[in-house]
Design a protein around this ligand. Structure first.
Ligand code: ADP
Ligand code: ZN
Length: 738
């Protein structure tokens, strides 16, 4: 036995918004405690959850070292490779370690207290007819539970039994009588492998074969290698992913498939499950806490070897990970913007290194960052240049709205004559159409015709958007809603009018002009829950809808053969945003949404309405010049000193009081300037493009550097030095520039 004089010290990431790790002593009777274990520790006056991340060499001087209270789960929660990934993530994003570590664990582990596997089980009343009488004859406790259950529909068993010792016996009695039953959520929701039509995988095309051969060689070498799979829309990228996953499994290793949240549709899940059955675990925002825990445990226990999920699934505990696929790697939803601003694609590359896994980033419109990595020799590029079965990419027509909407007296339409005609023909042929508009609501702004001012939110400096159904102006940031004012808030004039367009207005116009068509709209107003989104997509896929109108939600991933027309209502919207990625984003959206058309045997048409027909992003989308457009874009960024050529940090200061926010931003900028004027260039501070948000004033500055290490080091120092009451947000590799 070791001498008792040497305590076993451990570094713990405690679930708290603090920028340090904490040192604790292992409990005397549990010396096997080590990195990866979930523990409970005394913290301040209470107790908190934490994860042991490392052994500690020595105690920090002058601090009382407390003992860890207990180990919560017998097994370590996080593998050494995941712990290394998390350390990278918190250091790189300048985030509190505890918050980052808990982002990798299911929410069920975040709170103190004991977990019960019964959380997963919900209680449901089995019959409703004729039971009113039965209920009267039941003992009081049972009757109470049964009536409560009928009102609530279903209840988690734990909630019912909490603090009521007699409840458990009553539930069991009710179950015996057949009046209630247990429902395990997961079993009902996840398609069982046996229920799915087992599809014979198609024979790979020569291009798919070539890509697979490269991946196969990399998998065989069992080292880390990263690939960019650049394949046009409909070229069979998903099939390449599935075969590569199959090969990984047959080599005895696990795989991770990341997709944008919105692309995590039943169609995709069914496709993956049909291949790999029970080995698949799915992680998405629609899962209950219990379901999430279940899927997590199946992965951690090695019962599931393939994880499919959105952004946060980059931390999924897949055992012996051999392959990571990031589909639609250019998608901005991989970057988390507010808390813990990590980028799942970038972390996937790091995880690949830590796990000695093969990483595949797939896209029809690769990001500037990934193309830059290819150019620097850090990633190999694989191509799928043709659509499956040589289907043509859809022809893209650009319509100049300046010519189409000439007559100022006529009420402008959302659909110009060309698009309206194409839609009529599509509907006549019994085919389907997607109309894409990057703006929710009815009419973008309420403008005063006397002074020209738009009606703006009083908390956030953005225009309010009109919503037809409620006849209200709404702020898309803070949710403020108000009626359309009679008088202009700026000049008092009485001629407020609605200008612009949004998805809701578009829906109204299409309904009016095509009364026979079956129409649905998809945007964040109509899809508050994941269920609505999925049901609408299902109906559209099944052919029960003719026209789908929506925001970016309609641009991703859907593979619907009968869609032959895609209309982009106003391509310029995204180009007006003050963001250095505006052109790249607009280009990607256009190519992606165009890729939804003509995926079946009939050719597709894409009609793009714009006031800027000659803009390079629109021209390049028309000519389908992905690589040359992005090459020029990367050169332009190089000249301007933006990513990927340089590394960027955005610091935002926020406070209710304008002068405090401004002063904090000035202090931060000055601190960076003093620190390293050679290596860092500082832009700003200036008011953020959205100057006020949810009642807070916002000021921001950008810091550029060629060296990420310098940038991070400087940011850490500045954060320690600047004392302010304003909230400071540090965002490395920012996506949200507003
Ligand atoms: P992408 O992911 O590149 O957009 P998908 O993988 O969705 O393309 O493929 C488009 C369609 O082609 C899908 O319906 C898919 O089942 C089919 N497909 C893929 N590979 C083949 C192949 N080798 N032979 C026949 N059909 C294929
Ligand atoms: Zn607002």
């Amino acid at each position: 036995m070791t001498e008792p004089s040497l305590p076993h010290l451990l570094q713990v990431a405690v679930a708290a918004p603090l920028h340090s790790l904490f040192t604790y002593r292992a409990p005397e009777k549990d010396d096997g405690l080590g990195p990866g274990h979930l523990v409970e520790v005394p913290f301040g006056r209470g107790r908190r959850r934490g994860v042991v991340v490392a052994e500690a060499e020595a105690a920090p001087p002058g601090v009382e070292i407390k003992a860890i209270l207990r180990r919560v789960e017998p097994e370590p929660m996080l593998s050494p490779a995941l712990l290394r990934l998390l350390r990278f993530a918190w250091e790189y994003t300048l985030s509190p370690p505890g918050e980052m570590v808990f982002a990798a664990l299911p929410p069920a582990f975040h709170r103190t207290g004991n977990l019960s596997p019964e959380k997963r089980v919900r209680l449901v009343a089995t019959t409703s007819a004729g039971c009113a009488a039965d209920a009267e004859t039941l003992p009081e406790r049972q009757r109470e539970i049964l009536l409560g259950l009928r009102r609530a529909g279903e209840v988690p068993l734990t909630r019912l039994c909490r603090g009521k010792p007699s409840a458990r016996a009553a539930v069991l009695a009710l179950k015996k009588k057949g009046l209630v039953s247990f429902r395990e959520l997961l079993e009902e929701r996840r398609p069982r492998a046996a229920d799915l039509p087992v599809s014979q995988p198609p024979t790979p095309t020569p291009e798919q074969q070539a890509a697979l051969a490269a991946l196969s060689a990399a998998l065989q070498s069992e080292g880390n290698e990263s690939f960019l799979l650049f394949g046009v829309t409909g070229s069979g990228k998903t099939e390449v992913y599935l075969r590569a996953i199959g090969e990984t499994l047959s080599r005895g290793r696990g795989a991770l498939l990341l997709v944008p949240e919105i692309a995590l549709t039943p169609q995709l899940i069914a496709r993956v499950t049909a291949r790999f059955g029970e080995q698949v675990a799915v992680l998405h925002s629609g899962l209950s806490e219990g379901e999430r825990l279940d899927e997590w445990r199946r992965l951690q226990g090695g019962r599931a070897r393939v994880a499919v999920g959105a952004r946060s699934a980059v931390f999924a505990p897949v055992r012996d990970l051999g392959l990571i696929v990031v589909d639609e790697e250019h998608d901005p939803s991989y970057k988390q913007s507010e808390r813990l601003p990590y980028h799942a694609r970038d972390l996937a590359l790091v995880r690949g290194r830590e796990e000695k896994a093969v990483v595949v980033l797939g896209s029809a419109t690769p990001s500037a960052e990934s193309l830059h990595r290819v150019g620097a020799g850090r990633m190999r590029q694989l191509f799928l240049s043709k659509r499956i079965q040589r289907r043509a990419l859809p022809a893209l027509e650009v319509v100049d709205l300046k010519r189409e909407l000439l007559d100022p007296l006529e009420r402008p339409h959302v659909l110009g004559p060309r698009l309206a005609q194409a839609l009529a023909e599509t509907l006549d042929r019994g085919e389907q159409a997607i109309l894409f508009l990057n703006r929710r609501g009815y009419s973008s702004v309420a403008l005063c015709q006397d002074c020209g001012q738009g009606v703006r939110c009083q908390n956030c400096s953005v225009s309010l958007t009109h919503h037809l159904k409620e006849d209200q102006l709404r702020c898309h940031y803070c949710g403020l809603a108000m009626p359309l004012p009679r008088a202009c808030p700026a000049c008092g004039g009485g001629r407020i009018a609605l200008f612009g367009l949004g998805t809701e207005k578009c829906e109204e116009e299409v309904r009016r002009r095509f009364p026979g068509a079956r129409i649905a709209r998809l945007d964040s107003d109509t899809t508050s829950g994941r269920g609505v989104l999925l049901r609408t997509l299902e109906r559209f896929t099944a052919g029960d809808l003719d026209v789908l109108i929506g925001t970016q939600m309609v641009t991703k991933g859907h593979d619907i053969p009968n869609v032959t027309l895609v209309g982009v209502l106003l391509a310029d919207l995204g180009l007006q945003v003050p963001d250095f990625r505006a052109a790249e984003r607009t280009f990607q959206l256009l190519v992606q949404v165009a890729g939804r058309a003509g995926r079946g045997s009939r050719p597709g048409t894409v009609i793009v309405q714009t006031f800027l027909p000659l803009h390079p992003a629109i021209q390049a989308a028309r000519e389908d010049e992905v690589l040359s457009f992005m090459q020029r874009e990367i050169e332009r960024r190089q000249q301007l000193g933006y990513p990927p050529a340089r590394r960027l940090l955005l610091v935002r200061a926020e406070h209710e009081r304008q002068e405090l926010a401004a002063e904090a931003a000035r202090q931060v900028a000055a601190a960076f300037r003093r620190l390293d004027p050679e290596q860092l260039s500082v832009l700003g501070p200036s008011p953020s493009p959205i100057e006020r948000l949810r009642g807070l004033y916002r000021f921001q500055l950008l810091v550029k550097s060629r060296s990420i290490a310098r940038l991070l080091q400087a940011a850490r120092r500045v954060r320690e030095r600047v004392q302010t009451r304003a909230r400071l947000n540090f965002d490395v590799d920012p996506f949200d520039m507003l």
